[in-house]
Design a protein around this ligand. Sequence first.
Ligand code: UDP
Ligand code: MN
Length: 251
Amino acid sequence: YLPIIYIITPTNIRAEQKADLTRMSHTLKLVNNIHWIVVEDSENKSSMVSRLLERSGLNYTHLNVLTPPQFKMASKDPNWLKPRGVLQRNAGLDWLRNQKRFLAEQGVLYFADDDNTYSLDIFQEMRYTQKVSVWPVGLVGYLRYERPVVKNRKVVGWFTAWKPDRPFAMDMAGFAVNVQLVHKYPEAKFSNEVQRGYQESTFLTGLKLTLDDLEPRANMCTEVLVWHTRTEKSSMKNEDKLMKKYGKATN
Ligand code: UDP
Ligand code: MN
């Protein structure tokens, strides 16, 4: 049988949100036995996301938690200034840990941002994870890809230019963890208080892992099966012009 894959996706409101979530949901429709935990960064659940999830036909849980203003990026902030999706991923973790049925269930947890690009193969790679599986991530860290360095089938370091001395110097999209482990260490979570770039390391250190525990996938971390693509902000500078001409009717 297939272990279930729990996918936690933080998502924030923006013009491109529906496009990104549509693409992602259509990817996930092609994957068996998954449960999508979508956590809106908002005070209330939006009807757009509610409808999108309902129509998708996927197994899902819809949550929301607002990032307080002091942790929120201003639109002119450089994108690296503040961590994104921290409280949302934690809300997903809380939900998962409260699922008593998963105590006996085989499963794996993956943190998947809404704007990345996922090969269907990555879900096969993560499905049978003992503790933590790891793989390369494309288009990240000002590199074509980052990857765990593997020697004799073990992870021995990180092919990463930025802060390579982090305990687990990889992107959020580069690992998946067994849900039993998530349950065993209920304190493992993300934090708005840690140094820039340390979200992944903070969570994985909380699971009491060492490099030796990591299971290199994607052909010993030689294949890129997920990309940290980023959706370009669309300019709306012609909106006003047409609003004046036609009024508010846009549908
Ligand atoms: N996100 C969020 N709140 C925010 C900004 C982003 O929940 O204020 C979500 C976003 O939808 C995405 C994830 O957090 O799923 C990572 O954000 P983003 O893709 O903007 O980060 P980057 O790709 O620049 O690392
Ligand atoms: Mn992104």
